[in-house]
Design a protein around this ligand. Structure first.
Ligand code: ACO
Ligand code: OAA
Length: 372
């Protein structure tokens, strides 16, 4: 019998220079910088530039980068036409996955020789996806609410523009900063399931849109990015802090997974949670919703007491997005709006030293037999 690591637990499959997840020191570095420092001192655009280029931008580089991102936000008619055709009952992650696929199908540069894997072309595609994903998810939430499309504004930064396209106004600095922090924290996390998916697709020398479409599908699952949506369903099911313990005991007795808790790599707490919890606390105060913090704390305490399992980033992000006014179904697309940076950085890195990813399996089916 081979030594099989189910779920690839503990298996190191490649090197990366993009981020370092260190469960021992409970830290996360983007290109060497602690994510907490970046969340405190930088904008999401600066962090995106860092992840893609290895260094933080100079003021001139940032201005050029922002101008390019702002100039690429408008969705073309093909994408808008497809969005309008999709039923309102479609999950926003399915809408987003479909829209990304349509953007790829409309990209004629893929037809150029070597067009699928050209690094410069892939950098341009990555930036355009970063610019357009907010337009897709904002329009999708609005059309489900029966509201009209709000065009992007070239006068607004990434987070302000996303919020404006979704809600028709730019909220104040507390909300905008909390949102920007969430984008920074979600941007990259080494070989998580969706990023690994993107790298597997890329390793076949397929194109970047195929990798991102597949990664979007992987992120949708509740054991990964779908957990931020699932946390909110769970909060709704529990109701209030007073019911948290009773609810948890029943859920655990039914062997349910408690959404927003646990992590494959971090076993002593997710490095990003304190920063996102501080952002959530600011929102709780801003919106005067102590009940949200009370439920959050009560469930966290009960889960720690019962199982010793700590929250992951999706636990504070879910209620934070709910307070901002996003539909629960839009939470995981917000994760995509940020993680597109990490995924595409990994697509580019994979192509710089590619090897087809193809593990082995141990066969446990019928032994060889023949037709009589
Ligand atoms: C941004 C992100 O993607 S972060 C992850 C988001 N996902 C979630 O929040 C979903 C809930 N969490 C989980 O399902 C898991 O913790 C995962 C999938 C994230 C990690 O899974 P694994 O690494 O396979 O878990 P691990 O091996 O550490 O589990 C150890 C034990 O704790 C249990 N456990 C782990 N997380 C949870 C949880 N959230 N609720 C209940 N039990 C849990 C496991 O069932 C296992 O119990 P067992 O030994 O009796 O079988
Ligand atoms: O690293 C993981 O397995 C999941 C995660 O936290 C992320 O993708 O941000």
């Amino acid at each position: 019998m081979n030594d099989i690591r189910k779920g690839l637990v503990g298996v190191v499959v490649d090197t990366t220079a993009i981020s370092k997840v260190n469960p021992e020191s409970n830290s996360l570095l983007y290109r060497g910088y602690p994510v907490q420092e970046l969340a405190d001192r930088c904008s999401f655009e600066e962090v995106a530039y860092l992840l893609w280029n290895g260094e933080l931008p100079t003021p001139d580089q940032l201005a050029e980068f922002q101008a390019e991102e702002r100039a690429n936000r408008t969705l073309d008619d093909t994408v808008l036409g497809v969005l309008d055709e999709l039923p309102h009952t479609a999950h926003p992650m399915d809408v987003l996955r479909t829209a990304i696929s349509v953007i790829g199908a409309a990209d004629e540069t893929l037809n150029e020789p070597g067009g699928w894997t050209d690094e410069n072309a892939n950098r341009g595609r990555s930036l355009r996806l970063l610019a357009q994903i907010p337009s897709i998810l904002a329009y999708d939430q609005r059309r489900r609410r029966g509201q009209t499309l709000i065009p992007p504004s070239e006068n607004l930064g990434f987070s302000e523009n996303l919020l404006n396209m979704t809600f028709g106004e730019v909220p104040g600095p507390v909300v905008t900063k909390a949102f920007d922090v969430s984008m920074i924290l979600y941007a990259e996390h080494s070989f998580n399931a969706s990023t690994f998916t993107a790298r597997v697709v890329t390793s076949t020398l397929s194109d970047l849109y195929s990798a991102v479409t597949a990664a979007t599908g992987a992120l949708k699952g509740p054991l990964h990015g779908g957990a931020n949506e699932a946390v909110m369903h769970m909060f709704e099911e529990i109701g209030s802090a007073a019911d948290a313990e009773r609810w948890l005991d029943e859920a655990l007795s039914q062997k349910r997974k408690i959404m927003g808790f646990g992590h494959r790599v971090y076993k002593h707490g997710d490095s990003r949670v304190p920063t996102m919890k501080a952002a959530l606390d600011a929102l709780v105060e801003h919106y005067r919703r102590p009940d949200v913090a009370e439920l959050y704390d009560a469930l966290e305490k009960a889960m720690t007491d019962r199982k010793g399992i700590l929250p992951n980033l999706d636990y504070p992000s879910g209620p934070a997005y709910a307070l901002m006014g996003f539909d629960t179904l839009t939470f995981t697309p917000l994760f995509v709006a940020s993680r597109i940076v990490g995924w595409t950085a990994h697509v580019i890195e994979q192509l710089q030293a590619n090897a087809l990813i193809r593990p082995l399996s141990e066969y446990t089916g019928e032994s060889e037999r023949h037709l009589s």
